[in-house]
Design a protein around this ligand. Structure first.
Ligand SMILES: Cc1cc2nc3c(=O)[nH]c(=O)nc-3n(C[C@H](O)[C@H](O)[C@H](O)COP(=O)(O)OP(=O)(O)OC[C@H]3O[C@@H](n4cnc5c(N)ncnc54)[C@H](O)[C@@H]3O)c2cc1C
Length: 287
Protein backbone atom coordinates (compact mmCIF):
# COMPACT_ATOMS: atom_id res chain seq x y z
CA UNK A 1 0.00 0.00 0.00
CA UNK A 2 1.40 3.38 -0.96
CA UNK A 3 0.15 6.76 0.12
CA UNK A 4 -0.37 8.80 -3.03
CA UNK A 5 -0.71 12.52 -3.51
CA UNK A 6 -2.98 14.47 -5.83
CA UNK A 7 -5.31 11.60 -6.76
CA UNK A 8 -8.26 13.05 -8.67
CA UNK A 9 -11.44 12.09 -6.81
CA UNK A 10 -13.89 12.50 -9.67
CA UNK A 11 -12.68 9.08 -10.77
CA UNK A 12 -13.79 7.67 -7.40
CA UNK A 13 -17.39 8.84 -7.07
CA UNK A 14 -20.61 8.36 -8.98
CA UNK A 15 -21.13 12.09 -9.61
CA UNK A 16 -17.87 12.21 -11.58
CA UNK A 17 -17.02 15.60 -10.05
CA UNK A 18 -14.55 16.79 -7.44
CA UNK A 19 -10.94 17.84 -7.07
CA UNK A 20 -7.92 15.96 -5.79
CA UNK A 21 -7.09 14.38 -2.43
CA UNK A 22 -4.07 15.88 -0.69
CA UNK A 23 -3.13 12.33 0.35
CA UNK A 24 -4.86 9.13 -0.75
CA UNK A 25 -4.60 5.52 0.42
CA UNK A 26 -6.40 2.58 -1.16
CA UNK A 27 -6.38 -0.01 1.63
CA UNK A 28 -6.91 -3.73 1.22
CA UNK A 29 -6.25 -5.17 4.68
CA UNK A 30 -6.66 -4.10 8.30
CA UNK A 31 -2.85 -3.81 8.34
CA UNK A 32 -2.89 -1.33 5.43
CA UNK A 33 -5.59 0.62 7.20
CA UNK A 34 -3.63 0.76 10.48
CA UNK A 35 -0.59 2.03 8.53
CA UNK A 36 -2.65 4.70 6.79
CA UNK A 37 -4.12 5.85 10.12
CA UNK A 38 -0.64 5.97 11.65
CA UNK A 39 0.56 8.12 8.71
CA UNK A 40 -2.38 10.50 9.26
CA UNK A 41 -1.77 10.66 13.01
CA UNK A 42 1.93 11.47 12.57
CA UNK A 43 1.13 14.26 10.09
CA UNK A 44 -1.96 15.38 12.04
CA UNK A 45 -4.13 14.97 8.94
CA UNK A 46 -7.90 15.03 8.78
CA UNK A 47 -9.31 11.69 7.60
CA UNK A 48 -12.06 11.15 5.02
CA UNK A 49 -13.38 7.64 4.46
CA UNK A 50 -14.64 6.72 1.03
CA UNK A 51 -16.47 3.60 -0.17
CA UNK A 52 -17.78 3.35 -3.72
CA UNK A 53 -18.52 7.10 -3.65
CA UNK A 54 -22.18 6.58 -4.63
CA UNK A 55 -23.59 8.82 -1.93
CA UNK A 56 -21.12 11.69 -1.80
CA UNK A 57 -20.54 15.05 -3.43
CA UNK A 58 -16.86 15.94 -3.40
CA UNK A 59 -15.83 19.60 -3.65
CA UNK A 60 -14.13 20.91 -6.80
CA UNK A 61 -11.43 22.24 -4.46
CA UNK A 62 -10.57 18.69 -3.44
CA UNK A 63 -10.06 17.27 0.02
CA UNK A 64 -7.42 18.26 2.55
CA UNK A 65 -5.79 15.51 4.59
CA UNK A 66 -5.93 11.77 3.92
CA UNK A 67 -8.68 10.11 1.90
CA UNK A 68 -8.94 6.41 2.72
CA UNK A 69 -10.51 4.41 -0.11
CA UNK A 70 -12.10 1.25 1.33
CA UNK A 71 -13.44 -0.28 -1.90
CA UNK A 72 -10.68 -2.89 -1.76
CA UNK A 73 -10.84 -3.48 2.00
CA UNK A 74 -11.42 -7.08 3.12
CA UNK A 75 -13.12 -8.03 -0.14
CA UNK A 76 -14.32 -11.44 0.96
CA UNK A 77 -17.55 -13.02 2.13
CA UNK A 78 -18.00 -16.07 4.35
CA UNK A 79 -21.32 -17.88 4.32
CA UNK A 80 -22.03 -20.21 7.21
CA UNK A 81 -25.62 -21.47 7.26
CA UNK A 82 -27.82 -18.40 7.54
CA UNK A 83 -24.97 -16.21 8.79
CA UNK A 84 -23.13 -14.18 6.17
CA UNK A 85 -20.00 -12.18 6.90
CA UNK A 86 -18.93 -9.61 4.31
CA UNK A 87 -15.90 -7.35 4.32
CA UNK A 88 -16.22 -3.58 3.84
CA UNK A 89 -15.19 -3.60 0.17
CA UNK A 90 -17.71 -6.23 -0.97
CA UNK A 91 -20.26 -4.85 -3.43
CA UNK A 92 -23.68 -4.77 -1.75
CA UNK A 93 -25.41 -5.80 -4.99
CA UNK A 94 -23.01 -8.72 -5.58
CA UNK A 95 -23.63 -9.82 -2.00
CA UNK A 96 -27.40 -9.64 -2.54
CA UNK A 97 -27.04 -11.66 -5.76
CA UNK A 98 -24.92 -14.33 -4.06
CA UNK A 99 -27.20 -14.86 -1.06
CA UNK A 100 -30.31 -14.97 -3.27
CA UNK A 101 -28.61 -17.63 -5.40
CA UNK A 102 -27.93 -19.69 -2.27
CA UNK A 103 -31.53 -19.48 -1.04
CA UNK A 104 -30.85 -17.00 1.76
CA UNK A 105 -33.57 -14.39 2.18
CA UNK A 106 -33.38 -10.92 3.71
CA UNK A 107 -31.16 -9.07 1.26
CA UNK A 108 -33.17 -9.27 -1.95
CA UNK A 109 -34.58 -5.75 -1.43
CA UNK A 110 -30.99 -4.43 -1.55
CA UNK A 111 -30.58 -5.62 -5.14
CA UNK A 112 -29.20 -2.87 -7.32
CA UNK A 113 -28.07 -0.52 -4.53
CA UNK A 114 -24.65 0.62 -5.74
CA UNK A 115 -21.67 0.78 -3.39
CA UNK A 116 -19.92 -1.38 -0.83
CA UNK A 117 -20.80 -3.03 2.46
CA UNK A 118 -18.84 -0.40 4.46
CA UNK A 119 -20.75 2.51 2.94
CA UNK A 120 -24.07 0.66 3.12
CA UNK A 121 -23.60 -0.08 6.83
CA UNK A 122 -22.48 3.47 7.65
CA UNK A 123 -25.46 4.87 5.69
CA UNK A 124 -27.93 2.22 6.92
CA UNK A 125 -28.78 1.86 3.24
CA UNK A 126 -32.11 0.41 2.30
CA UNK A 127 -34.73 -0.02 -0.34
CA UNK A 128 -38.32 -1.18 -0.46
CA UNK A 129 -38.97 -2.66 2.98
CA UNK A 130 -35.43 -3.54 4.14
CA UNK A 131 -32.62 -1.50 5.67
CA UNK A 132 -29.20 -2.69 6.82
CA UNK A 133 -30.41 -2.40 10.42
CA UNK A 134 -32.95 -5.18 9.79
CA UNK A 135 -30.29 -7.75 8.90
CA UNK A 136 -27.00 -6.65 10.54
CA UNK A 137 -25.99 -8.76 13.54
CA UNK A 138 -22.74 -6.95 14.33
CA UNK A 139 -20.24 -4.62 12.68
CA UNK A 140 -16.45 -4.82 12.95
CA UNK A 141 -14.79 -1.43 13.16
CA UNK A 142 -11.36 0.17 13.43
CA UNK A 143 -11.37 3.47 15.27
CA UNK A 144 -9.21 6.37 14.09
CA UNK A 145 -6.51 5.32 16.62
CA UNK A 146 -6.23 1.91 14.95
CA UNK A 147 -8.13 -0.06 17.62
CA UNK A 148 -10.32 -2.88 16.29
CA UNK A 149 -13.68 -3.34 18.02
CA UNK A 150 -17.05 -4.97 17.45
CA UNK A 151 -20.41 -3.20 17.68
CA UNK A 152 -23.72 -5.02 18.09
CA UNK A 153 -26.73 -4.01 16.01
CA UNK A 154 -28.22 -2.25 19.06
CA UNK A 155 -25.01 -0.26 19.64
CA UNK A 156 -24.63 0.85 16.00
CA UNK A 157 -27.16 3.66 16.42
CA UNK A 158 -28.93 2.86 13.16
CA UNK A 159 -31.44 5.48 12.06
CA UNK A 160 -32.79 6.76 8.76
CA UNK A 161 -29.68 6.69 6.51
CA UNK A 162 -27.30 6.92 9.43
CA UNK A 163 -25.44 4.82 11.99
CA UNK A 164 -24.33 7.28 14.65
CA UNK A 165 -22.84 4.61 16.90
CA UNK A 166 -20.16 3.65 14.36
CA UNK A 167 -17.00 5.70 14.93
CA UNK A 168 -14.11 5.06 12.56
CA UNK A 169 -13.91 2.71 9.62
CA UNK A 170 -16.22 -0.24 8.96
CA UNK A 171 -14.09 -3.38 8.41
CA UNK A 172 -16.94 -5.79 7.76
CA UNK A 173 -20.32 -6.90 9.02
CA UNK A 174 -22.20 -10.04 9.94
CA UNK A 175 -25.69 -10.39 8.52
CA UNK A 176 -28.36 -12.75 9.80
CA UNK A 177 -30.49 -14.09 6.95
CA UNK A 178 -33.13 -16.80 6.71
CA UNK A 179 -33.61 -19.87 4.55
CA UNK A 180 -35.88 -19.18 1.57
CA UNK A 181 -36.67 -20.55 -1.85
CA UNK A 182 -33.82 -19.67 -4.27
CA UNK A 183 -36.13 -19.53 -7.30
CA UNK A 184 -38.48 -17.09 -5.54
CA UNK A 185 -35.56 -14.94 -4.45
CA UNK A 186 -34.19 -14.90 -7.98
CA UNK A 187 -37.54 -13.71 -9.32
CA UNK A 188 -37.93 -11.08 -6.58
CA UNK A 189 -34.41 -9.80 -7.31
CA UNK A 190 -35.12 -9.58 -11.04
CA UNK A 191 -38.40 -7.72 -10.33
CA UNK A 192 -36.60 -5.22 -8.11
CA UNK A 193 -33.88 -4.58 -10.69
CA UNK A 194 -36.55 -3.87 -13.31
CA UNK A 195 -38.42 -1.51 -10.95
CA UNK A 196 -35.21 0.39 -10.26
CA UNK A 197 -34.47 0.91 -13.96
CA UNK A 198 -38.07 1.94 -14.61
CA UNK A 199 -38.18 4.52 -11.80
CA UNK A 200 -34.63 5.85 -11.65
CA UNK A 201 -32.68 7.88 -14.22
CA UNK A 202 -29.64 5.64 -14.35
CA UNK A 203 -28.30 6.91 -17.69
CA UNK A 204 -26.42 9.86 -16.15
CA UNK A 205 -24.19 10.28 -13.07
CA UNK A 206 -26.01 10.93 -9.78
CA UNK A 207 -25.92 10.04 -6.10
CA UNK A 208 -29.35 8.39 -6.07
CA UNK A 209 -31.85 10.19 -3.86
CA UNK A 210 -30.44 13.57 -2.85
CA UNK A 211 -32.88 14.18 0.02
CA UNK A 212 -34.32 12.05 2.80
CA UNK A 213 -38.01 11.32 2.83
CA UNK A 214 -39.72 13.99 4.95
CA UNK A 215 -42.29 12.87 7.55
CA UNK A 216 -45.57 11.94 5.81
CA UNK A 217 -44.42 12.97 2.34
CA UNK A 218 -41.93 12.29 -0.45
CA UNK A 219 -39.09 14.61 -1.37
CA UNK A 220 -39.65 13.96 -5.10
CA UNK A 221 -43.34 14.88 -4.85
CA UNK A 222 -42.57 18.18 -3.10
CA UNK A 223 -39.83 19.05 -5.59
CA UNK A 224 -42.13 18.29 -8.52
CA UNK A 225 -44.98 20.34 -6.95
CA UNK A 226 -42.62 23.33 -6.84
CA UNK A 227 -42.11 23.06 -10.59
CA UNK A 228 -38.45 22.15 -10.27
CA UNK A 229 -38.36 19.07 -12.50
CA UNK A 230 -35.82 19.75 -15.23
CA UNK A 231 -34.46 22.88 -13.45
CA UNK A 232 -30.76 23.40 -14.21
CA UNK A 233 -27.77 25.17 -12.77
CA UNK A 234 -24.80 24.83 -15.09
CA UNK A 235 -24.49 21.15 -15.96
CA UNK A 236 -26.59 20.00 -12.98
CA UNK A 237 -30.25 19.20 -13.51
CA UNK A 238 -33.21 17.98 -11.45
CA UNK A 239 -34.16 14.75 -13.22
CA UNK A 240 -37.39 14.67 -15.23
CA UNK A 241 -37.88 10.99 -14.43
CA UNK A 242 -37.47 11.26 -10.63
CA UNK A 243 -37.35 14.71 -9.03
CA UNK A 244 -35.31 13.54 -6.02
CA UNK A 245 -32.40 12.78 -8.37
CA UNK A 246 -30.01 15.55 -9.42
CA UNK A 247 -27.99 14.57 -12.45
CA UNK A 248 -24.62 15.53 -13.83
CA UNK A 249 -25.64 16.03 -17.46
CA UNK A 250 -22.04 15.87 -18.59
CA UNK A 251 -20.12 18.97 -17.69
CA UNK A 252 -21.42 19.74 -14.19
CA UNK A 253 -19.02 20.90 -11.54
CA UNK A 254 -19.54 19.90 -7.92
CA UNK A 255 -20.34 23.56 -7.32
CA UNK A 256 -23.22 23.42 -9.87
CA UNK A 257 -24.66 20.40 -8.04
CA UNK A 258 -24.12 22.00 -4.63
CA UNK A 259 -25.89 25.21 -5.71
CA UNK A 260 -28.78 23.26 -7.23
CA UNK A 261 -29.22 21.25 -4.00
CA UNK A 262 -29.38 24.52 -2.03
CA UNK A 263 -31.78 26.06 -4.57
CA UNK A 264 -34.13 23.06 -4.32
CA UNK A 265 -34.00 23.14 -0.49
CA UNK A 266 -34.74 26.88 -0.37
CA UNK A 267 -37.51 26.79 -3.01
CA UNK A 268 -39.28 23.81 -1.44
CA UNK A 269 -39.09 25.42 2.00
CA UNK A 270 -40.43 28.73 0.70
CA UNK A 271 -43.32 27.11 -1.17
CA UNK A 272 -44.30 24.26 1.16
CA UNK A 273 -42.75 25.05 4.55
CA UNK A 274 -40.78 21.78 4.51
CA UNK A 275 -36.98 21.99 4.79
CA UNK A 276 -35.63 18.95 2.96
CA UNK A 277 -32.75 17.23 4.71
CA UNK A 278 -30.05 15.94 2.41
CA UNK A 279 -29.13 12.28 2.27
CA UNK A 280 -25.99 12.83 0.16
CA UNK A 281 -22.82 13.44 2.18
CA UNK A 282 -20.83 16.56 1.31
CA UNK A 283 -17.05 16.15 1.34
CA UNK A 284 -14.72 19.14 1.34
CA UNK A 285 -17.52 21.75 1.65
CA UNK A 286 -18.10 24.13 4.56
CA UNK A 287 -21.60 22.67 5.15
C1 LIG B 1 -28.23 5.35 -8.86
C2 LIG B 1 -28.16 5.27 -7.37
C3 LIG B 1 -29.17 4.61 -6.67
C4 LIG B 1 -29.12 4.52 -5.27
N1 LIG B 1 -30.11 3.84 -4.62
C5 LIG B 1 -30.07 3.74 -3.26
C6 LIG B 1 -31.08 3.03 -2.54
O1 LIG B 1 -32.01 2.47 -3.12
N2 LIG B 1 -30.99 2.98 -1.19
C7 LIG B 1 -29.98 3.58 -0.51
O2 LIG B 1 -29.94 3.50 0.73
N3 LIG B 1 -29.00 4.25 -1.16
C8 LIG B 1 -29.01 4.33 -2.50
N4 LIG B 1 -28.02 5.02 -3.17
C9 LIG B 1 -26.94 5.65 -2.42
C10 LIG B 1 -25.71 4.71 -2.21
O3 LIG B 1 -25.73 3.69 -3.15
C11 LIG B 1 -25.73 4.11 -0.80
O4 LIG B 1 -25.76 5.11 0.19
C12 LIG B 1 -24.50 3.22 -0.58
O5 LIG B 1 -24.69 2.49 0.58
C13 LIG B 1 -23.21 4.03 -0.52
O6 LIG B 1 -22.14 3.13 -0.45
P1 LIG B 1 -20.69 3.58 -0.90
O7 LIG B 1 -19.78 2.43 -0.67
O8 LIG B 1 -20.72 4.13 -2.26
O9 LIG B 1 -20.40 4.73 0.19
P2 LIG B 1 -19.83 6.20 -0.09
O10 LIG B 1 -20.78 6.94 -0.95
O11 LIG B 1 -18.41 6.14 -0.52
O12 LIG B 1 -19.86 6.80 1.39
C14 LIG B 1 -21.10 7.10 2.01
C15 LIG B 1 -20.82 7.45 3.47
O13 LIG B 1 -20.31 6.30 4.14
C16 LIG B 1 -19.00 6.53 4.64
N5 LIG B 1 -18.23 5.30 4.42
C17 LIG B 1 -18.01 4.67 3.24
N6 LIG B 1 -17.30 3.53 3.44
C18 LIG B 1 -17.05 3.48 4.77
C19 LIG B 1 -16.34 2.57 5.60
N7 LIG B 1 -15.74 1.46 5.13
N8 LIG B 1 -16.29 2.84 6.93
C20 LIG B 1 -16.89 3.95 7.45
N9 LIG B 1 -17.56 4.84 6.72
C21 LIG B 1 -17.64 4.60 5.38
C22 LIG B 1 -18.45 7.73 3.89
O14 LIG B 1 -17.53 8.45 4.70
C23 LIG B 1 -19.73 8.53 3.63
O15 LIG B 1 -20.07 9.31 4.75
C24 LIG B 1 -28.04 5.11 -4.57
C25 LIG B 1 -27.03 5.77 -5.28
C26 LIG B 1 -27.08 5.84 -6.66
C27 LIG B 1 -25.97 6.54 -7.41
Amino acid sequence: MTIQTGVVLKDHCSYRTGGAAEFYAAVQTNGDLAMALDFAAKKKLEITVLGGGYNVLISDKGVKGLVIDTTGLNCHMVINGVEVYAGAGVSIDELAAEVCKRGLGGMEDMSGIPGCVGGAVKMNAGAFSTEIKDIAVYVDMMDFDGRVYRVSNAEAGFGYRKADGLHGIVLGAMFGLKKADAEELKNKRAEILVKRTEKQPLHLPSCGSVFKRPEGNYAGTLIEKCGLKGYRIGGAQVAEKHANFILNTGEATADDIYRLIKHVQDTVEKQTGVRLEKEVRFIGFED
